[in-house]
Design a protein around this ligand. Structure first.
Ligand SMILES: *[C@@H]1O[C@H](CO)[C@@H](O)[C@H](O)[C@H]1NC(C)=O
Ligand SMILES: *[C@@H]1O[C@H](CO)[C@@H](O)[C@H](O)[C@H]1NC(C)=O
Ligand SMILES: *[C@@H]1O[C@H](CO)[C@@H](O)[C@H](O)[C@H]1NC(C)=O
Ligand SMILES: *[C@@H]1O[C@H](CO)[C@@H](O)[C@H](O)[C@H]1NC(C)=O
Ligand SMILES: *[C@@H]1O[C@H](CO)[C@@H](O)[C@H](O)[C@H]1NC(C)=O
Ligand SMILES: *[C@@H]1O[C@H](CO)[C@@H](O)[C@H](O)[C@H]1NC(C)=O
Length: 332
């Protein structure tokens, strides 16, 4: 039976509202807040200047070589420490790892590395700049996929991982390549933090990070969807940087917060919050900033999260911040 036109309209409207407000049809907030996708990737603002060129040996237009359908492509799990550091027992031992995926064609003998990372490094994706000429904190937080020829075996093997985890056909590889390019166009910014209610197994995740390891997980899931069988002989662990908080509240975007005098108090609070953590160049300075964030949130129990180019208030609670290195199994 066909429903009356007005019912269809109502349902469509309700679904549409649910979609744009990330609330379900009963008006309850849906968690985690979905990471926003864009129609296309904008050019970064000229203010953002990379210290290290992004993807120096990749194709400037992000082209990925076409493989013959009949080719057999080996898939490698690649991981290397960015930084390891022991700082008392406050945050435990840090395992800050970088993840990537390697491919090797058996027909041509050529191999390739694929990774997703910050255009302007981690500090710039985690903390904004204060600028004289802009009212709002200014973020250089784009991240993107980089595909280039070659696998630097030594780089991944020393203290890291280089392990073959499966094989795909050339046809599956070509499908994957199209998906990566689309994913790269629509997912444009890096998010350092995963925010959840507590460290327990049944905690609620309020926000998911969007970083190199999330890209690797998405890519493995896509491969599994395309029919690939992946398996590893060792535990597959990844770095997560957690914030712990009660239910977050939505604050607004740059225009609503920093463009209206009625929001002046909130605008000042957010600026003061980020004032202490200007983006840094080095990993050591970044880790020192994380210590500062930790001290500040323990004291003030407040964090202003920037997610989807909007601000949220997080009522922070113990254990506040954690860096973990935990298992995420390969998909089946
Ligand atoms: C972070 O952004 C600033 C501002 O554009 C830039 O000067 C700096 O080089 C960036 N840092 C890195 C490590 O790319
Ligand atoms: C992803 O986007 C960046 C930034 O535009 C670009 O440099 C890179 O080549 C793209 N990578 C792929 C695999 O499409
Ligand atoms: C990738 O190719 C280079 C050059 O042929 C070779 O030295 C290296 O062992 C290959 N790595 C993998 C994982 O296939
Ligand atoms: C591997 O670890 C050793 C000892 O911790 C260190 O001396 C060496 O520089 C590391 N190698 C790489 C490539 O990071
Ligand atoms: C998580 O939830 C499940 C199902 O509700 C329950 O069986 C389990 O004991 C809970 N685990 C913890 C650590 O609370
Ligand atoms: C890997 O993750 C598992 C479970 O999340 C954990 O028990 C294990 O200690 C981790 N391994 C390392 C080397 O941290």
């Amino acid at each position: 039976m066909k429903p009356a036109a007005s019912t269809v309209y109502l349902v469509l409207q309700v679904c549409f509202l649910a979609l744009i407000s990330s609330r379900n049809i009963y008006g309850k907030q849906v968690w985690p807040i979905p990471y926003r996708r864009f129609d296309r990737r904008p050019d970064p603002d000229p203010y953002c200047q990379a210290l290290y060129t992004f993807c120096p040996t990749g194709d400037p237009d992000g082209r990925i070589p076409y493989m013959r359908d009949s080719d057999v492509i080996s898939v490698f799990r690649l991981q290397t420490p960015v930084w390891e550091f022991k700082y008392g027992d406050i945050l435990g031992k840090f395992h800050i790892m970088h993840d990537a995926i390697g491919f090797a064609s058996s027909e041509t003998g050529r191999n390739y590395t694929m990774e997703w990372y910050e255009l302007f490094q981690l500090g710039n994706c985690t903390f904004p700049h204060e600028r004289e000429d802009t009212a709002a904190p200014f973020w250089c937080n784009q991240g993107a996929a980089c595909f280039f020829e070659g696998i630097d075996d030594l780089h991944w093997q020393q203290n890291g991982t280089l392990e073959k985890v499966g094989e795909i056909s050339g046809e599956q590889f070509n499908d994957l390549a199209r998906w990566v390019q689309e994913d790269n166009k629509t997912g444009i910014y890096y998010e350092t933090w995963t925010v959840r209610s507590d460290p327990g197994a049944n905690s609620t995740t309020w926000f998911e990070s969007y970083d190199c390891s999330q890209f690797v997980h998405r890519t493995y899931r896509k491969m599994a969807e395309l029919g690939a069988k992946l398996s590893s002989k060792t535990q597959t662990n990844y770095t997560k940087i957690y914030l712990y908080s009660g239910e977050p509240t939505y604050l607004g975007d740059d225009n609503t917060i920093f463009g209206q005098s009625s929001m002046k108090t909130l605008a000042t609070d957010i600026k003061n919050f980020y004032h202490s953590f200007q983006p840094h160049q080095s990993m050591i300075q970044f880790m020192l900033s994380l210590m500062e964030v930790y001290k500040k949130v323990v004291l003030e129990k407040t964090f202003y999260l920037y997610y989807n180019f909007e601000y949220w208030h997080l009522p922070m609670k113990a254990p506040y911040i954690q860096i973990t290195y935990e298992e995420v199994p390969l998909p089946h």
